[in-house]
Write a protein that binds this ligand. Structure first.
Ligand code: KG4
Ligand code: ZN
Length: 337
């Protein structure tokens, strides 16, 4: 089955073609980050308008890259939620309409299920069951994954998502948007040991996270100092260490608690090299296989949506002739396959 996937939940327009027989055929991403950088964060209305401009041209390019025409497609998948309502509506309206015009089934995909299944696009994909660490700009959660749609949330952030903490810290340090890659780069020039920030909620049992206190600790450190390049590097390094170590401590705990032999890491923060290295280390310690998507499929992309949609369409799941966005939508509400 050949499926077109569309991702428009936030500030990336992603389009891909996934073929259940031959794998990923083509994918493209248009990032709006330069446009939003001017405002220090995503401006929802600008995001929606830009998705409208970019989506159809990207669909044409991706079909050409895959060397197919629309008549070869057997389904269309698009992100229905969670995310920005207006941005989601662009993808769902266009995706549902294309499927109607082409006379093929359509399916709405949960953005976080897309992230969670992204490692399936890699050679040697993880088998079920596994523990998943989902770390993005909007979510930080640990889930017990028994199969498609069988997700039990073991812990999640009670306030900011870890990606949001990276973005806010970067803004505070004047490093711009998006913050994750900027912090990682600045940390590369930092010196260890000058600052030490808290590892929130690691001193008590449980698998929930909290990142707003860490952000405040960075603010306090930054406010009382001149933010020269050295200090920015030192703070970025200490922040990244604290955020990563917090995630690693909780993964260690969750792996020991569940006894899972596989850990899947996905979502934008999963592109972070320090996190990847430290989780690889944890995996070696616990004899757990750690699976990541390639970095470009950690952050938002159309390939993961095409894949997740293809799996659901193949199982006979599709939408009625209507569309709607679900800006708030829990992973635990998905149907199981
Ligand atoms: O999954 P994603 O692309 O979009 C959402 O679903 O939110 O994740 C975006 C988040 C942003 O907060 C961004 O700063 C963070 O992922 N991010 C990173 C890195 N690359 C992206 N955080 C840390 N290190 C990175 N290399
Ligand atoms: Zn995402």
């Amino acid at each position: 089955m050949i499926v077109l996937g569309l991702e428009t939940s936030c500030d990336d327009t992603g389009v891909a073609v996934f073929d259940t027989a031959r794998g990923l055929r083509a994918h493209q991403l248009y990032s709006q980050s330069r446009m939003h950088a001017e405002y220090g964060g995503v401006v929802p209305e600008l995001a929606s308008r830009d998705h409208i401009r970019k989506l159809l041209p990207l669909v044409r390019e991706v079909l050409a890259d895959a060397d197919i025409g629309f008549r070869d497609l057997q389904g269309v998948a698009y992100t229905t939620g969670p995310g920005l309502a207006g941005a989601l509506l662009v993808g769902t309206a266009i995706g549902r309409s294309l499927a109607y015009a082409w006379g093929i089934p359509a399916v709405g995909v949960h953005h976080m299920e897309g992230h969670l299944l992204a490692p399936m696009l890699e050679p040697d994909p993880p088998a079920f069951p596994f523990l998943a660490l989902l770390v993005s700009g909007g979510h930080t959660l640990l889930a017990d994954v028994q199969g498609i749609g069988r997700y039990q949330i073991l812990g999640e952030s009670i306030d900011d998502a870890v990606g949001e903490a990276f973005d806010k810290t970067a803004k505070l340090l004047g490093l711009g948007y998006p913050g994750g890659p900027a912090i990682a780069q600045a940390a590369g020039h930092g010196t260890a040991g000058r600052f030490r920030f808290p590892r929130p909620m690691t001193d008590r049992p449980g698998l929930d996270f909290s990142f707003s206190g860490l952000k405040t600790a960075v603010l306090t450190a930054a406010q009382s100092r001149v933010l020269d390049a050295h200090t920015i590097g030192d703070i970025a390094l200490a922040f990244q260490e604290a955020a990563v170590e917090t995630l690693v401590i909780k993964c260690d705990r969750a792996l020991q608690q569940t006894g899972h032999a596989r850990l899947v890491v996905a979502g934008g923060v999963g592109a972070n090299q320090l996190l990847r290295a430290q989780l690889r280390h944890l995996g070696a310690k616990l004899s757990v296989r750690v699976h990541y998507p390639r970095p470009e499929f950690c952050t938002d992309n159309g390939a993961m949506i095409a894949y997740a949609g293809a799996v659901r369409l193949q199982a006979g799941q599709f939408e009625a002739l209507r569309f709607g966005a679900r800006p708030r939508w829990s992973l635990t509400e998905l149907t199981t396959l």
